[in-house]
Design a protein around this ligand. Structure first.
Ligand code: CUA
Length: 353
């Protein structure tokens, strides 16, 4: 192949490689135009004590391994260039070196020291995170993983919600971390909100524990991080970190019983006379099911279907009419309601503020 043609072929191959990469980068930028998707979930932007500890350890490991990559890669590149084949080579073997104690000691002892440092740093971080004691101001929450949503319970406050965890921001002078007890109702899941803490597995017949101590208010996104079935990717988590007074207001609102709106009596009758009540709870009514999310304050949540849809009357309507269309494989059955009953039911649910 003439060199001009070869270059053209190489250039075409490069374009084929580079153009899609650039397109993906720009597409990612465009996709992050929405309100939630602009939020970073990067482990490199920690805002909570356990995530800080993991970040510090990770940066040290990255720095050491980057150093090793530079030294090894540099020596390799130097050898490739300096000792390349030359036209005037006489083809004889280079001088062979055997049994250098200094060199062998160096390449044995230095890696051992590096591994020991990495082990000690990791062990210390794990010990600090897992051995943390619960201060008096801590909030206790039990999180139960289900296929495919999160049941969130505040046993001391008498609150039950789903998929959206609300916690107070922690002031270093008066720490108010949140301690989570993790349980599973079915298969293995994993609780992960990258900016707040590392992953913790959620295992059936076992209680795992973890904690978060956010120092910034705001919304932090996470998701189930262990493949748990068809809708694993739609098992999202939202953590709302509030200033203390705002958190107390949220608690007070959630503690109230469900609104009994006189205009939604027909819809409430539909709800209470179908199988909805076998799986869902609305506090203060005959609905006491625990298989699905608690609906007492359904409309106080921003999302529906474990974060897969915005909470709007339209998305509620679509979800109840055909759950399998919104979330294929979902364990919520279609109740086969008539149009009028469905309208009334959605009307009732939207009063549950
Ligand atoms: Cu739950 Cu993946």
């Amino acid at each position: 192949m003439p060199s001009g043609t070869r270059w053209l072929a190489t250039e075409r191959a490069l374009r084929r490689l580079v153009v899609p990469c650039v397109a993906i980068i720009f597409a990612a930028g465009a996709a992050s135009g929405g309100d939630d998707t602009t939020r970073t979930s990067s482990v490199f932007a920690p805002v909570s004590a356990p995530a800080d500890a993991a970040y510090t350890a990770a940066m040290l490991v990255l720095a050491i391994t980057a150093g090793i990559a530079v030294v090894v890669g540099g020596l390799l590149a130097y050898s490739i260039v300096a000792f390349r084949h030359r036209p005037d080579d006489d083809g004889s073997e280079p001088a062979q070196v055997y049994g250098s104690e200094q060199i062998e000691l160096a390449w044995t002892v230095i890696p051992i020291l590096i591994v020991v440092v990495l082990c000690l740093v990791t062990a210390r971080t794990v010990y600090d995170v897992q051995g943390a004691t619960k201060p008096p101001g801590a909030v206790d929450v039990t999180v139960v993983g289900h296929q495919w949503w999160w049941d969130i319970r505040y046993p001391d406050l008498g609150i039950v919600t789903a998929n959206e965890l609300h916690v107070p921001v922690s002031d270093p002078a008066r720490p108010t971390p949140t301690f989570l007890r993790l349980e599973s109702a079915d298969v293995a899941h994993s609780f992960w909100v990258p900016r707040l803490a590392g992953k913790t597995d959620v295992i059936p017949n076992r209680h795992n524990r973890m904690w978060i101590e956010p120092r910034e208010t705001g919304l932090f996104l996470g998701q189930c991080a262990e493949y748990c079935g068809t809708q694993h990717a739609h098992m999202l988590l939202r953590v709302y970190v509030h200033p203390r007074a705002e958190f107390d207001r949220w608690v007070a609102a959630q503690q109230k019983p469900a609104v009994a709106d006189a205009t939604a009596v027909a819809g409430r009758r539909v709800f209470e006379t179908t199988a909805c009540i076998n799986c869902h709870t609305v506090r203060g009514t005959v609905a006491t099911g625990r298989f699905g999310p608690d609906l007492t304050h359904l409309m106080s949540r921003d999302t529906l279907v474990a974060g897969a849809a915005r909470m709007t009357p339209e998305s509620l309507h679509a979800w109840i009419a055909a759950p399998d269309q919104v979330k294929p494989g979902s364990l919520m059955p279609a109740m086969q309601l008539g149009d009028r009953e469905l309208e009334q039911l959605v009307g009732y649910l939207t009063t549950l503020r």
